[in-house]
Design a binder for this molecule. Structure first.
Ligand SMILES: NC(=O)c1ccc[n+]([C@@H]2O[C@H](COP(=O)([O-])OP(=O)(O)OC[C@H]3O[C@@H](n4cnc5c(N)ncnc54)[C@H](OP(=O)(O)O)[C@@H]3O)[C@@H](O)[C@H]2O)c1
Length: 233
């Protein structure tokens, strides 16, 4: 399968990429800003099937032609898109400036929306494609909420709702859209959000679930927001 994953330089995205790369039938295009970390990821792939693609997703709108033509050279068809890149931006609501609040939405909502829109012509058609949006329990209706995460959680709620809407609007295509609302997994982002909390899952454990879901989940789900959580937070 041809797989694009964002936020692959560390945390869950790094682990998901490594797991997917064990199957030499997969080609993985790994996107993030940190060139060095992506280089390490690429050179560690035993089948040579990870391609580092350093890119700042906040620049997608301005560079979309260049971005799309580079992707097309590597992948004429995209089977799986994992919108995993995220930005926490923890800050009390009354201290959040415009710039930070907009950045949270740019990375967590507008970037996956723009990337999905841009890649639509390369997805579906005669073969299936699966778009997996990585959401959060923070953006899951009725879940526990935490101080400092208002914009982050709201951006993830928007991403979840977007997933449901696209599945309805594009129901006559061969593209499935699902959102995984993650509970906690031990990564740098989690440490920033909850410094004293130890997550019940290590990054590679959560990544194992996500990698399997990205490959197989569309057989069972479309337009779903699925909580993947055994703890609070
Ligand atoms: N860990 C958890 O407990 C947890 C819980 C709920 C939801 N999630 C969600 O799961 C996803 C992964 O989380 P994580 O814990 O692995 O986070 P992380 O360790 O902070 O990693 C975030 C990734 O996003 C990338 N990224 C951020 N801004 C970017 C930009 N402008 N352009 C391209 N890439 C960008 C970062 O790469 P660069 O800095 O190299 O660009 C990094 O690879 C996120 O969407 C997060 O919201 C995580």
């Amino acid at each position: 399968m041809n797989i694009i994953i964002t936020g692959a330089s560390r945390g869950l995205g790094y682990e998901i990429s490594k797991i997917l790369a064990h199957d030499n039938q997969h080609k993985i295009l790994a996107i993030a800003r940190d060139k060095e970390a992506l280089g390490t990821l690429q050179s560690g792939a035993v089948h040579g099937n990870i391609l580092a693609f350093p890119f700042d997703l906040e620049e997608l709108a301005a560079k979309k032609e260049m971005f799309l033509s580079s992707i097309k050279k590597e992948m004429p068809h995209v089977d799986v898109l994992i919108n995993n890149a995220g930005f926490l931006g923890k800050c009390n609501f009354d201290e959040v400036g415009c710039e930070l609040s907009e950045k949270i939405f740019r990375v967590n909502f507008f970037a996956p929306v723009a990337l999905t829109r841009l890649l639509l012509p390369l997805m579906g058609g005669l073969s299936n494609s699966h778009v997996v949006n990585i959401g959060s329990m923070g953006g899951f209706q009725g879940s526990a909420k935490f101080p400092g995460l208002a914009y982050y959680s709201a951006s993830k709620a928007a991403l979840a709702c977007f997933t449901e809407c696209l599945a309805a609007e594009l129901s006559d295509t061969n593209i499935s859209f699902n959102c995984l609302a993650l509970g906690s997994a031990q990564t740098e982002m989690l440490e920033e959000a909850f410094p004293d909390f130890k997550a019940p899952l290590q990054a590679h454990e959560m990544a194992t679930y996500i990698a399997d879901f990205a490959i197989n989940g569309q057989k069972y789900f479309n337009g779903k927001i699925i909580p993947v959580s055994i703890s609070t937070p």
